[in-house]
Design a protein around this ligand. Structure first.
Ligand SMILES: [Zn+2]
Length: 558
C-alpha cells in the first residue's frame, strides 16, 4: 500500500525538478514525485496543507563514538574568569569525594583564556590536588592537568613528546611539564593512570551508551551520517545491534583513521575487516581519514606565512605530512578504490593537500590507470585566494561544519594571523562559484555540544555568520557578524550541501540526497517554509515528521 502526501511544498534537491506538490512511497522507496493532479489515487492519502517537505538531512562529518563516550564528562560554567572556574572545580571535588569520582574530567574552558604558555598544574592544584583532575579547552586540542595527574601518568622532564612539534607537553625552562599539553599527548599515558587509580572511563561503547545519539539524529531529521572516524570495533558492534533493533535510523559511512604512509596498509586491512563484518543496508566503509595539521586556535595549523605573534617570525605551524608522502597515500587509496577524508585547517595544509591530489592524478594518468579516489577536505578554514579554484579543478569535495561560521571559536586565531587573514577565514562561496562540491556537517564530538548538530541551528549560523549562543563581541564586530559578509551561505547552498552533495560525498547518491522516484524515502515535513522564515529564526524551525526508509521515526504523520 502506497503512502501519498499531497498539497505540499516539496523541495526535492533535484535540480531537474526542484519543486513538487505530491510524493508517494511504498516500502522504503519513493514511487512518485510530481504534481497533485498526477499523483496516484489509491493508497493512504495525507493532506500536507501547504507544509514544506525536504529530503532527509545528511551530516557528512560527525562523531557518534566520541559523543557517546563523553557522557561522563563534567560541564564547566562558561566563563573567562579563572577564579570562577576554579571555584566550580573546587566545589565539585568537595561534593564528589575521590571514592565516588576518582578522576575529574571537566569541559570546557575558553581557548582564549590563557596566553600561549597556557595555564599551570599548580593553578589547577589550588582547586583539586587529591586526585587526577583535567580540564579540556573549548577547541578540544589543548589540555590542562594537575600535578597528581602528571605524576600518575609518570610524565616528567625525561618523557619525550609523543610527536615533537604536534603532540607535546608544554615545558618550563628546565624541561619540566607545566601541566598543559597540545593535541592528544596525554592519551599515550592515560592507561598508567587508570591502572593506578583502579578506575576506567566507560570506554567500551555499548548500544545503551549510543542509543541517545541516534535518537537525537532522528529527532532532528538527520537520516545519513559520515563518521569523523570509527573509534573502535565496539562502536560498530553497538551500532549493528541498534540497527537490528530499529534504533539506528540512519545510513552510515564509517571512516578509518591512519597516521602515515607506513601504517596505511594495515589500516586499510582494518577497514576491509569492518566492511566484511558490519556492512549492510545501512552501513558501509570505504574512506580513510588523516589529520594533516592541528587547529588555527592553538598555533599548530600549517600556515603559509609565519604566525605574526611568533617572536622569531619563523613559526609556520605544523604539518603531519609533506606533499610527497601524501601523494603516495593517495596513490595507495586510489589503487584500493578508497576515498580519503582529511582534517586540514591552515592554508599551507590546504595547498599541500591540493598539490598531492594533483601529483597523484598526474601519476595515475601517466600509468594509464583511472582516478577513482574522492579526496574530501574537511574544515578548510583558511584558504589562499589563489587556491580557491583548485577543489573544482581537482574534484576535491570540501566539507564545512556550518555552526562554526559565527563566533564559536571566537577571534583567537587573529593572534596568529592578524586581522586581515583572520577576516578571510571560513569562505566557501568562491569554491562553490568555481564549481566545487561542498558538503556540510556538524563535527560535534561531545554531548556538551550535540544540540548544535541541529541542522537548522547550523544553517542559521552559516546563513547569518552570527552565532546566537556564542556571539562575537558586538563592540568589535557590528551585530556580532563574523566578517566577511560575502561569506554568508545562501539557503539553497545550505540545503543542497546537506542533502544532494552529502549523498555524493558518501557515494550514496543513487539512493539518497534527493526526492526522486526509485530513491529511498527519507524525508522531513517541516512546519515553516525554510526559504521564507526570517534569517534569525531558521534555528526555530520545527520538524513535524521525520520519515526514514518510508517509516515515521520521529513526530507523527496526520
Ligand atoms: Zn571531526
Amino acid at each position: 500500500m502506497q503512502t501519498i502526501l499531497r498539497n505540499g511544498k516539496i523541495y526535492t534537491s533535484n535540480p531537474l525538478q526542484p519543486w513538487a506538490e505530491a510524493i508517494a512511497f511504498e516500502g522504503d522507496h519513493i514511487t512518485f514525485i510530481g504534481a497533485d493532479a498526477d499523483a496516484p489515487a489509491s493508497g493512504i492519502i495525507y493532506d500536507l496543507q501547504g507544509k514544506m517537505v525536504i529530503p532527509g538531512i545528511i551530516d557528512s562529518h560527525i562523531h557518534p563514538g566520541m559523543v557517546s563516550q563523553s557522557s561522563w564528562h563534567i560541564k564547566l560554567p562558561w566563563t573567562e574568569n579563572v577564579d570562577e572556574l576554579l571555584d566550580f572545580v573546587r566545589t565539585y571535588a568537595e561534593e564528589h569525594p575521590r571514592e565516588e569520582a576518582p578522576f575529574l574530567y571537566f569541559e570546557y574552558y575558553p581557548t582564549s583564556m590563557f596566553g600561549t604558555q597556557g595555564p599551570t598544574k599548580e593553578l589547577l592544584d589550588t582547586a583539586c590536588s587529591d586526585r587526577p583532575c583535567y580540564c579540556q579547552d573549548f577547541g578540544e586540542h589543548l589540555h590542562w592537568m594537575n600535578t597528581k595527574m602528571l605524576e600518575l601518568m609518570e610524565v616528567t622532564r625525561d618523557t619525550p613528546d609523543p610527536i615533537p612539534g604536534l603532540e607535546v607537553f608544554v615545558r618550563d625552562k628546565e624541561g619540566n611539564p607545566t601541566g598543559w599539553c597540545k593535541e592528544l599527548a596525554w592519551r599515550h599515558f592515560q592507561d598508567k593512570m587508570y591502572e593506578k587509580i583502579g578506575w576506567e572511563p566507560p570506554q567500551r561503547l555499548t548500544s545503551k551508551l549510543m542509543e541517545g545519539f541516534f535518537c537525537f539524529l532522528s529527532e532532528h531529521g538527520i537520516t545519513a551520517i559520515a563518521d569523523g572516524l570509527v573509534e573502535g570495533e565496539d562502536q560498530l558492534a553497538a551500532m549493528k545491534e541498534l540497527d537490528q533493533s530499529g534504533k539506528m535510523n540512519v545510513y552510515y559511512d564509517g571512516i578509518v583513521r591512519f597516521y602515515s604512509v607506513k601504517d596505511l596498509p594495515e589500516k586499510i586491512t582494518e577497514l576491509r575487516r569492518y566492511a566484511e563484518k558490519y556492512s549492510g543496508k545501512h552501513m558501509k566503509f570505504n574512506t580513510m581519514k588523516l589529520f594533516l595539521d592541528g587547529t588555527n586556535e592553538s598555533g599548530n595549523s600549517a600556515s603559509l606565512e609565519p604566525f605574526q605573534n611568533d617572536p622569531d617570525g619563523m613559526n609556520c605551524g605544523e604539518i603531519k605530512m609533506e606533499t610527497q608522502e601524501l601523494t603516495e597515500c593517495f596513490l595507495i587509496c586510489n589503487q584500493e578504490k578508497l576515498d580519503v577524508h582529511i582534517h586540514m585547517v591552515g592554508d599551507r595544509a590546504f595547498r599541500t593537500g591540493c598539490d598531492a591530489v594533483e601529483a597523484a592524478q598526474k601519476e595515475v594518468a601517466e600509468r594509464g590507470d583511472a582516478w577513482v579516489c574522492q579526496p574530501i577536505f574537511a574544515h578548510c578554514e583558511l584558504v589562499a585566494p589563489e587556491d580557491m579554484h583548485r577543489p573544482a579543478e581537482l574534484g576535491i569535495t570540501v566539507n564545512w561544519s556550518c555552526h562554526w561560521s559565527g563566533g564559536y571559536f571566537g577571534d583567537v586565531a587573529k593572534e596568529f594571523f592578524g586581522f586581515d587573514k583572520w577576516a578571510g577565514m571560513y569562505q566557501f562561496n568562491p569554491m562553490i562559484e568555481a564549481g566545487a562540491l561542498v558538503t556540510f556537517s556538524s563535527d560535534v564530538v561531545t554531548f556538551y555540544e550535540l544540540h548544535r548538530a541541529d541542522p537548522f541551528f547550523s544553517m542559521q549560523v552559516a546563513h547569518t555568520r552570527v552565532d546566537p549562543e556564542v556571539p562575537l563581541d558586538p563592540q568589535k564586530y557590528p551585530g556580532s557578524v563574523r566578517p566577511p559578509v560575502s561569506a554568508k551561505l545562501s539557503r539553497e547552498t545550505l540545503l543542497t550541501g546537506y542533502t544532494r552533495n552529502g549523498a555524493k560525498q558518501m557515494r550514496m547518491e543513487s539512493k539518497l540526497g534527493t526526492l526522486e522516484k526509485g530513491k529511498i524515502a527519507n524525508l522531513n515535513i517541516i512546519s515553516e517554509d525554510f526559504f521564507q522564515v526570517p534569517s534569525d529564526q531558521i534555528s526555530q524551525i520545527k520538524l513535524d515528521t521525520v520519515i526514514f526508509d518510508g517509516k515515521v521515526v520521529a513526530g507523527i504523520l496526520e
